[in-house]
Design a protein around this ligand. Structure first.
Ligand SMILES: Cc1ncc(COP(=O)(O)O)c(C=O)c1O
Length: 387
């Protein structure tokens, strides 16, 4: 057994004194819901994203997706193309509108919607497409937006600050949705943000999140309560300021992992597609074999006090609530099925030290050992100083 060392967590939200001070100030102010902090968070998020962007803060990433669809008028009778290889929230948002999620396969290199598979899933009832920037890697939204005359709602819940051809994700489609859940690259405790360049859609979204009201008790449409608290927004504003440094650190960590993880046992490291600058919300390798080999690898990492995770072991179309969406011929999603059995997330968060990164690479040597033949001599143990 390796010597006991500090555990390396898979995600590590960083909530410091500045966030605590900002939250406390809101609580002292008495203006705690949908007040000045929310307005400032929206303005600052829009300014950081792109000129001309409108941002509408809501209480979760799921709400951001759900309201985007409602705001675009999507509902019963419509079909929305989504990847099955995502968090269930992506498809749940579609189901909650009464529309039908239609699952298309992924590109096995990026784990994001494959444009050709998406084209094959189109029907006269298709009303929108939700590409997911999974693990923080940009989906092929440029191709998807160009080829289809349909609304794109970008699920950027895992992709704060990711870019494609130097353009931020969530700026390609009709709307983009971010999450501020604590495991994401920045947090507002719970929360979400919708981005759009359409001022009319932005106004509709503001109405929807607040019972259809702009003026109190002058309800214009049917809406709900999807408001963000000012405590959340105050925390989010501090985190937004820290996001550029964190993103740079995630990218640096991903580069070190890409250079040091041993691949001679068949482990596959992720590579960014041409023009893509991922946000590395997760660093996901593939373990050769199936779930059994992956579980074995996870146990080895755990013995080295390194946490790992599987996002996602079950494709959405195989989850119970989606049984009724299967077409008669069943779903044919081979890349989704293969990925679900092999992906393994390793720590990449900005709190990792250089030594942590070397520990991960060393543990991978044992977790995915090279085959007996054809393997060069075991590399010398990697060491590194704490940052
Ligand atoms: C891809 C994806 N979509 C949607 C969501 C939903 O976000 P939230 O948990 O803030 O509702 C998440 C996060 O959990 C996610 O990872």
């Amino acid at each position: 057994m390796p010597a006991q060392r500090a555990p390396i967590h898979l995600t590590q939200p960083s909530i410091g004194q500045a966030e605590i001070a900002a939250a406390t100030a809101v609580l002292r102010s008495g203006l705690v819901v949908q007040g000045p902090e929310v307005a400032a968070f929206e303005d600052e998020f829009a300014a950081a994203l792109a000129p001309g962007a409108h941002c509408v803060a809501v209480n979760s990433g799921t709400s951001a997706l759900h309201l985007s669809l409602l705001g675009l008028g999507i509902g019963p009778g419509d079909e929305v193309i989504v990847p099955s290889f995502s968090f269930a929230a992506t498809a749940n948002a579609v189901k909650l509108t009464g529309a039908i999620p239609v699952f298309a396969d992924i590109d096995p290199a990026t784990y994001c919607l494959d444009p050709a598979a998406t084209a094959a899933a189109l029907t006269p009832r298709t009303a929108a497409i939700i590409p997911v920037h999974l693990y923080g890697h940009p989906a092929a939204v440029d191709t998807l937006a160009d080829r289809n005359q349909l609304a794109l709602v970008e699920d950027a819940c895992q992709a704060h600050a990711a870019t494609l051809h130097q353009r931020p994700v969530a700026t390609f489609g009709a709307a983009g949705a971010f999450s501020f859940y604590p495991s994401k690259n920045m947090t507002a405790l719970e929360g979400g943000m919708i981005t759009t360049f359409d001022p009319h859609l932005a106004r509709t979204l503001r109405l929807l999140r607040n019972q259809g009201m702009e003026q109190r008790y002058a309800n214009e449409i049917v809406g709900g309560n999807w408001r963000m608290t000012d405590v959340a927004a105050a925390v989010g504003r501090v985190q937004l300021g820290r996001l550029p440094a964190w993103t740079a650190q995630r990218r640096a960590n991903a580069q070190v992992l890409g250079e040091t993880l041993p691949t001679d046992g068949g482990l596959q490291v992720p590579r960014a597609a041409a023009g893509a600058e991922p946000a590395w919300q997760q660093y996901v390798v593939r373990i050769p074999g199936g779930p059994g080999e992956r579980e074995r690898a996870q146990r080895v990492f755990a013995a080295h006090d390194i946490a790992t995770g599987v996002y996602y072991p079950t494709p959405i179309h195989r989850l119970a609530p989606y049984a009724d969406t299967a077409p008669r011929h069943g779903w044919d999603l081979p890349h989704t099925e293969a990925a679900a059995g092999q992906v393994l997330a390793l720590p990449v968060h900005p709190g990792l030290t250089t030594d942590d990164l070397h520990r991960i690479a060393n543990a991978a040597d044992a977790a995915v050992p090279a085959h007996e033949h054809g393997r060069p001599a075991a590399p010398a143990a990697r060491t590194g100083a704490h940052r």
